[in-house]
Every structure is written in structure tokens, then in C-alpha cells.
Design a protein around this ligand. Sequence first.
Ligand code: CAA
Length: 388
Amino acid sequence: GDVPIGIHDLSVATTQYVLTHRTLADRNGTDVGKYHKGIGLMSMSVPAADEDIVTMAATAAAPVVARHGADRIRTIVFATETSVDQSKAAGIHVHSLLSLPSAARVVELKQACYGGTAALQFALGVVHRNPAEQVLVIASDVSKYEMGEPGEATQGAAAVAMLVSAEPALVRVDEPSGVFTADITDFWRPNYRTTALVDGHESIAAYLQALEGAWKDYTERDGRKLDELSAICYHQPFTKMAYKAHRHLLQHCGHDVDEAEVTRAVGHTTGYNAVIGNSYTASLYLGLAALLDNSADLTGRSVGFLSYGSGSVAEFFAGTVMPGYRSHLRSEAHREAISRRLDIDYARYRAIHEHSFPVDGGDHFVPRETTGPYRFAGLSGHKRIYER
Ligand code: CAA
């Protein structure tokens, strides 16, 4: 189709609390340089007991709906790998909290961290079919590993809400996409576990293999050349992964690995992920938010996207930054969402990490902790209760 379709609005939300890697390092005896320089993380977002993927999602989506209205939104696609119910889509809670029209379809998508891109592609298809419609795409996750495991330092939590429409104000999503799937168990979470399992070093190798595969398919479909891309947003389980991935792609394409060139391509995409940690499905789009909010004018430039979800699925595609995009950004609100978080000490972090609700079907209400606009009020009769 000729009508440009893409990301019309982009809004980020995160949690009430933040744990610095300095605090974690002091406690577990790790040299903080491993965190700050080795994996490229400064702090991680930690949800309060009355926050979860739904409250973050509603917080991210509310300003989007406030700005554009909901008249054209007939589809809400919620991507997550840390869902709150095996059956009901988390997006229905968001639909309710934001009083969206009943004439809407709501669905949840899952394939590890790739789910956000699956949701975006789903949305592009819906808008392509009827360019008068808009789709609300939400990616929201809380990353949780066992304490003391290597993954612990890469935890985090955030949501991204994107409005996908024709004539987008921010980024047009271009054809083609390069896709790749391999059956591998590098990172996974069985239904009976609240924390993820991972073979850390194998997962990095799997990511790089999937990047190669998606890039191969992308180039075979006549995608852009590497030097035509002003920046690349990579999925960032930790920010150094973006650097690793870009070095790998340069080598794979037969280019010299010039560190200044690597920094130019990915440096502006890491600002939010470095202080939020891994937000799984949202991570790639936090990379886009940081790039748009914090780099020099990108009007007309091509930006690459590499989405990776363990298991594994990857997709490489490009977008074009639209003229006038800067007046539609939410840079100030994003900085505020990050800076408003309250620092917690190790004991508080540990208590939050160990907390779980009884699963007996009784009434279990949580005292108010979050100062955000939406909260998870607790469980009653096995039902989740949310309130404004
Ligand atoms: N100062 C500076 N750098 C230091 C250092 C110090 N004191 N100590 C160590 N480092 C460096 C190391 O040299 C290493 O750098 P390179 O990767 O460039 O070699 C880096 O810090 C990490 O050190 P280790 O590899 O020894 O660390 P680790 O064994 O604790 O594992 C990890 C790191 C594998 C990322 C681990 O945190 C982990 O398992 N994370 C979860 C899994 C993950 O994020 N996988 C990514 C791919 S899968 C994916 O993308 C999906 C997803 O979202 C999970």
C-alpha cells in the first residue's frame, strides 16, 4: 500500500522504586565496574507491591489516549512475557482503567521479548486493512530472576505504549522485514515459576545467531544497507548487548569494527535501558524512545530495529523518522518517569523480591504504595482488582 503507516505516538512508564547497581554491588561483593561498564547498567526499576504490568501499561497509555482520543482505536494489542493471567488478556484491565470504547478487540501476544514487535506488526496489518483505524500497542514487563543468579543484575520493569496509525507523526515503518526462528531453550520460564531460567552465555550466542538470520533474510528481501541506517535500536537485555550485537553485525557484513562507529550507531539508544534494566518486550522501544528524545535531529533518517525474543524469534526492519517528529515527543515526561522513582535499599529490594500473594482465593488487599495514577489493589476470590 502507498499510505505510510507507523508509530504516531510513543509513551514510556516505569515503576515507583529504583535499586542502583552500586547498592547491589556493595551487598554481593561484585566490582561495580562489572555492572556499570561490563554489562552497561546503572540501576533497575522495581515495582511496588501495588504495581504490575497492567498499572505500568495504563500509565504509559493514558497520555496517548488523552492526546489523540479513543474514537479511532478499535484494537488494543498487549505484548508481555510476564502476564498476570493464563486466560484473560491484561489489555482488558487497561481498556477498563482508561474507559476505552466497548467497540474494541483486545488481545495479548507472547514470544519472549519479541512480543512487542509481534504486536507492532499485528497493528500495521490492521491499519493497512483500514487506514482510518488506529491500534494501541502496549509492551509491558517485569523482569525477575532468582537472587544471586547472574541474571539478577539485569532485572528491570517498564511499559511502552505506541499508537499505530496511517500518516504517523514519529516513525514510518518500512518494508521489508527480515525474520528468523530457531528452536532453542536459551531463556525460558515454565508456568510454575515466577523467575526466569537462563543459560546466560548461550543466550548471548543465540541472540547473535538470530541477528545474523534476521539480517540475512532482510538483505535477501532487498532491505537497506548497513551504512544507510543512522542508528539501530537493538533489544537490550543489558545495554552492552547493543554494542555486542552491532559489532557482530559489522563483522558479519565484512566491515572493520570501529568503536566510534559502533557508538554512533547505538550510543543514543541506551539512555533509558541503562537506568531501567531489562523490560523484555518494551526494551527495544525504550531504545527508540531514548534515541528520538536525546539525539540530534533525525528527520528523514532511516533507523534499524532488531527485535530478539529467546526461544527464539528475531526480526530486523527499518523505519523512517518523520518531518516535525520533535514536537510530538514526550521527552520531559520520560525524564520525569525515570527521575521520580524512589531509591530503595537492599533490604527493601529483598522484601519486594520475596513477596508473593497468597493463592487461596481469599481477600488480599495491598496498602497504597505507588504514587502513580493506577494501582493493583489486590486479590479477591482469585480476581485481580485495579483502581485509579
Ligand atoms: N569491570 C569491567 N568489566 C567487567 C568487570 C569489571 N570489574 N568484570 C567483568 N566485566 C565484564 C566482562 O568482561 C564481560 O564483558 P564481555 O561480555 O565484553 O566479555 C561482562 O562484564 C559480563 O561479565 P560476565 O560474562 O562474566 O558476567 P556473567 O557471567 O555474570 O553474565 C550475563 C552476564 C550473561 C549477561 C548475565 O547477566 C545473564 O545471564 N543475564 C540474563 C540473560 C541475558 O540477558 N541474556 C542476553 C541475551 S538473551 C535476550 O536478549 C533475551 C532477554 O531479554 C533475556
